[in-house]
Design a protein around this ligand. Structure first.
Ligand SMILES: Cc1cc2nc3c(=O)[nH]c(=O)nc-3n(C[C@H](O)[C@H](O)[C@H](O)COP(=O)(O)O)c2cc1C
Length: 365
């Protein structure tokens, strides 16, 4: 049985969603080489709105023509032409009464394909753990990044703000999700071992979250009252098991300062969101974010496609459930839940570029 609460409407900062089911952001490396959205991508995204999702959060979109691009074929929103290309996506989602938020991201040290600059830029000149993702056309070690100077940081903040303006004004998105999770630039600043700076951007958790707070401030100033939020995780694409070094105390500082920064929503993601966030203690990241950020809309993600797990995090205060892989397998998941129909199993072969999805499934309704 579905949790009927997921199928009830929800008002997020003045934007009414028809239900509380969102598609989680998923990179598909399916744009043109110059970062423009294609018609095929529009049809891919449209399926989720047609299938009943109240909200679609896009894949991570790079923000500037400097260091932000993470992958070849990643879509960008760095100029009006790229922004206009997104209209095909936003129009098709709106046509099915869905809402769509742009996830804007800067890859930082995890850039493995940037056509504007050679070396990635990061908080500190440290080679990232792990290996580049083959899936996103990378191979071998990550390149050694250079440490960002003050002007690079100012450029990155400005890039987020400009991308947000383009997303709202030119591309007609309904809201902005700032990507502060999964090991990318903002998370690199937040993480103790990737941020070894001695200036105002490094040191305590409060100092390490300050770049995210500056980006929020700049984005808010740029777009006004439309929904603005941030995605937060402990895990990283290149460090799956990472836990915040300061444990629950970090959660207090991070979620407390996001709450005070006036974001409309916080989107927390854990692999299994219903499990305790730290080896010691029973609290989940959902309950910690609810406790320390009491005023925000809380989006929860991570294995929450089963009604039991969705209910359990909603009881802890989540307002919206974001679904990743199960949404790929079931673009009509909300309709299936409403009709009490079973879900199709996720099959990894549908990962990878959209071109791998059978063209018959991308046909317009
Ligand atoms: C193919 C793929 C691409 C992803 N790309 C992104 C991304 O661009 N931005 C992001 O924040 N998370 C990304 N994620 C993580 C998902 O948003 C989500 O957190 C993860 O799949 C766990 O949720 P699930 O258990 O519902 O699948 C990606 C996941 C997958 C499977």
């Amino acid at each position: 049985m579905p949790n009927p609460q997921t199928l009830t409407p929800y008002d997020i900062a003045g934007r009414l969603l028809r239900n509380r089911l969102a598609v989680a952001p998923m990179t598909r490396v399916s744009a043109t080489e110059t970062g423009h959205v294609t018609q095929e991508m529009a049809r891919y995204y449209e399926r989720f709105a047609r299938g009943g999702f109240g909200l679609v959060i896009t894949e991570g979109i790079y923000t500037d023509q400097k260091h932000s691009q993470g992958y070849p074929f990643q879509p960008g929103i760095t100029d009006d032409q790229q922004a206009q290309a997104w209209r095909a996506v936003t129009d098709s989602i709106h046509a099915h009464h869905g809402a769509v938020f742009a996830q804007i991201m800067h890859a930082g040290a995890l850039s493995q394909g940037n056509r504007f600059v050679d070396a990635p830029a990061a908080p500190s000149a440290l080679r990232p753990k792990g290996e580049q993702m083959k899936f996103y056309y990378g191979e071998g070690q990550y390149p050694l990044p250079r440490a960002m100077k003050e002007e690079d940081i100012a450029d990155a903040i400005e890039g987020f703000a400009r991308a947000a303006t383009l997303a709202i004004e030119s591309a007609n998105f309904d809201g902005i999700e700032i990507h502060g999770a999964n090991g990318y630039l903002l998370d690199q600043f937040l993480t103790d071992y990737t941020n070894q700076r001695n200036d105002r951007w490094g040191g305590s958790v409060q100092a390490r979250i300050s770049l995210t707070l500056e980006v929020i401030k700049a984005v808010r100033k740029a777009v006004g009252t439309v929904p603005v939020g941030v995605r937060i995780s402990q895990s990283k694409v290149n460090d799956y098991e990472h836990k915040w070094a300061e444990g629950e105390q970090a959660a207090d500082v991070i979620f407390g300062s996001l709450n005070d920064a006036g974001v409309d929503f916080v989107h927390v993601t854990e692999h299994e969101a219903w499990k305790p966030a730290f080896p010691s203690g029973q609290s989940t990241l959902v309950s910690l974010s609810r406790r320390y950020a009491p005023q925000v809309t809380l989006i929860a993600n991570g294995g929450l496609h089963t009604p039991e797990h969705a209910s359990s995090v909603m009881e802890e205060g989540a307002d919206i459930i974001a679904i990743g892989k199960a949404a790929l397998a079931n673009p009509d998941l909300p309709q299936r839940l409403a009709r009490k129909e079973p879900l199709d199993e996720f099959d990894a072969s549908i990962l990878g570029p959209i071109a791998n999805i059978k063209s018959s499934e991308l046909t317009l309704a």
